[in-house]
Write a protein that binds this ligand. Structure first.
Ligand code: ADP
Length: 640
């Protein structure tokens, strides 16, 4: 044993010297003598002694008070009071104050030695007890840390792995290792058969795991599933009670997903082993939660994956071309049809479309920023024509779907050709009919009834002629025969069209408001067609608005565009008809049969506006009126 380090604190030098030279002799003891309590405290702080003698008198105070304070701070430090006035009562009082012993200053050496060794022994016992206690506590702490560590690892596996087998095996392993059980298993309920099967296991035979099937109704695990409660089983003798194998002790903890129990996590001891404690059950519950989360994640992932694969398959197999491009110009998807049509090959995902797509019109679509969907036509080098629907999706980018409309375009061309040939061929006989009908009254007298019949023939022939003229016009406009364009002051065009309608307006006593600024800019266009466009729109307003109705024709220039609006307070157009009124021969459902018209006027208007790079749309409310808005680009060239 190391040499005990003894501190003597006393005002009387005689005491210090006596103890140093007679009682606590070197090399058995290492003695330090100080007279002041303050100095003693400093010494104790820097080097804790094994024993302290304190005299009742100190240089800087009362030894008993000093000892009492020291005992409060350091209860394991042996303190012996040395007093000149020793009495039994004083001794008892000193021990109450925290001193371990109390000796008279002149106590014989042997008795002092006996007291010293008693104190040192007691100190040793105290120390061993403290060390033991601390190591037990730290063992418990260490175990808890290990447990937390193991739980943390399982948690990490749950978060980082998508492989359910790995996760569930890790959960069962942890359950066995943390509880010291002999075996562990994770049983899941097969809803189809109502049986439990082993999804993961530790220390069970592989064959047993594979063939294990347990009816849920008649088993302990089933009880845990039915009640959602933990089942513990603790029998002195092993029994084969509803487990299908013999166990001494067992714990089943339910696996719950949204208040539904889907299986159990179990541990057991077959050989005997220790009974399971409350802390084991709480650990098992945490592990069961991990397993339930993992199973739920796996289900969610599997169904997401299935949906994704289904969508992918649909996209791949669909005959329309589908191309999706991200905002930064990188390709997200090009389905099989699109790859074939535009010759896309190799590794396409996330590649910039500029490097992939050689078709300039298609590339232009992806290189512009759009906010509203629109339709466009794309002509391929092999002559095919695609109808492209371009849709911006804010969170993704641009989606283009394309259908092959080559056959429709061809049909349209053949139909237009046919209509135009027939119309042309019909014109001469109609002119002849009109001519001869006019001659009838000149060659002889006709009675009133004959006159009326002649007038009816004339009206009908006029209607057919105007229909044929419309058809021929449309054919010409669509074929681009009016390509010749010149700079025209747009206001002049509008006024000229309005002049042509003045008589009809006054016949119907309609109120016309016109606001055309004199400085309206010029447009580059075909004057005959633009006049026809305005005349058709205002003509419709006059035709459909009842007598005494109001019509307004307003134009202004804004952001390099001329905006023309024709508004009336006529019958309006039903919302269901509005999308179709620009199609050929379409007439809205609220037009009375006797109202003349062929349904070609707005088709001509639309073709003329398209040819001039403009746009037209309608806003109408049935019973309140209609507004057509035309937008035409202003010519950049100056008129002269
Ligand atoms: P239509 O020869 O029938 O006038 P259009 O092509 O000019 O043919 O117009 C197509 C249809 O649009 C008309 O039949 C009518 O139903 C509707 N329409 C056009 N303009 C107006 C308007 N100002 N007020 C109400 N309906 C209109």
């Amino acid at each position: 044993m190391a040499v005990p380090n003894v501190l003597i604190v006393a005002a009387e030098e005689s005491i210090g010297r006596r103890f140093e030279s007679e009682v606590l002799l070197p090399p058995v003891f290492d003695v330090t003598f100080v007279a002041s309590g303050k100095v003693a405290v400093d010494l104790i702080k820097s080097n804790l002694p094994d024993l302290v003698f304190i005299s009742t008198r100190l240089m800087d105070g009362d030894g008993i008070v000093f000892g009492q304070r020291l005992a409060e701070r350091l209860p394991a430090l042996p303190l012996i009071l040395v007093t000149a006035e020793w009495s039994e009562a004083a001794c008892i009082e000193a021990q109450r104050q925290g001193f371990w012993d109390c000796l008279p200053a002149d106590m014989p050496v042997s008795q002092v030695e006996a007291s010293v060794s008693r104190c040192l022994e007691r100190r040793q016992r105290l120390r061993s007890w403290a060390v033991n206690e601390a190591s037990q506590k730290s063992r418990g702490l260490k175990k808890r840390i290990q447990t937390l560590d193991a739980l943390h690892k399982v948690g990490q596996t749950v978060n980082s792995s998508l492989d359910l087998d790995t996760i569930l095996s890790a959960v069962v392993d942890a359950a066995v290792e943390m509880t010291g059980a002999e075996e562990g298993s994770l049983l899941l309920l097969d809803n189809a058969t109502g049986e439990l099967y082993m999804r993961a296991a530790r220390n069970f035979q592989e064959d047993f795991v594979r063939t294990f099937r347990l009816p849920v109704h008649d088993s302990l695990a089933g009880q845990a599933i039915r009640t959602g409660q933990v089942i513990t089983f603790d029998q002195a003798a092993p029994k084969k009670i509803k487990t299908s194998y013999l166990v001494h002790t067992l714990v089943y903890v339910p696996l719950q997903i949204q208040h539904r129990t889907i299986g159990v996590l179990g541990i057991d001891n077959r050989q005997g082993g220790h009974p399971f404690q409350a802390e084991h059950i709480s650990l098992m519950s945490t592990l069961a939660d991990y397993a339930a989360i993992a199973i739920e994640n796996a289900h969610a992932y599997a169904s997401l994956d299935l949906e994704r694969k289904k969508l992918e398959l649909i996209l791949t197999k669909v005959e329309d071309c589908v191309i999706v491009v991200e905002h930064d110009g990188r390709l997200i998807i090009a389905n099989q049809a699109a790859q074939k049509a535009f010759g896309l090959q190799g590794n396409l995902a996330a590649q910039p479309v500029v490097d992939l797509i050689r078709h300039q019109d298609l590339l232009d679509i992806f290189q512009q920023t759009i906010t509203t969907p629109y339709r466009s036509e794309i002509q391929l080098d092999d002559g095919r024509v695609f109808n492209a629907q371009v849709t911006p999706i804010p969170e993704i980018g641009t989606v283009v779907t394309m259908q092959d409309i080559t056959h429709l375009k061809e049909l349209d061309r053949i139909k237009s050709e046919f209509v135009s040939t027939v119309s042309h061929d019909l014109r001469s006989p109609l002119t002849a009919i009109l001519g001869y009908v006019e001659l009838i009254s000149r060659v002889g007298p006709v009675n009133e009834q004959q006159k009326e019949f002649i007038a009816r023939v004339q009206v009908s022939v006029h209607n057919i002629t105007s229909l044929i003229n419309d058809l021929l016009d449309l054919g010409r406009i669509e074929a681009g025969f009016d390509a010749r364009k010149e700079l025209i002051p747009f206001g002049v065009i509008v006024n000229s069209a309005l002049e042509g309608l003045a008589l009809r307006i006054s016949e119907k006593s309609q109120q016309l408001t016109v606001n055309i600024p004199p400085d309206l800019p010029t447009v580059m266009g075909n004057p005959v067609r633009l006049r026809q466009m305005v005349a058709n729109l205002v003509g419709n307003a006059v035709k459909y608005t009842p007598p005494n109705g109001r019509i307004a024709v307003l134009a202004h220039c804004e952001a390099g565009q001329i905006i023309l609006q024709i508004t009336d307070n006529g019958p309006g157009i039903p919302a269901s008809d509005q999308p179709y009124i620009f199609e050929k021969f379409y007439r809205a459902s609220n037009v009375p049969n006797e109202t003349p018209g062929s349904g070609l006027g707005l088709a001509i208007v639309k073709s003329i506006i398209d040819n001039h790079g403009g746009r037209i749309w309608v806003e109408s409310s049935e019973g309140y009126g209609t507004t057509f808005t035309v937008v035409l680009p202003v010519s950049l060239e100056k008129s002269h």
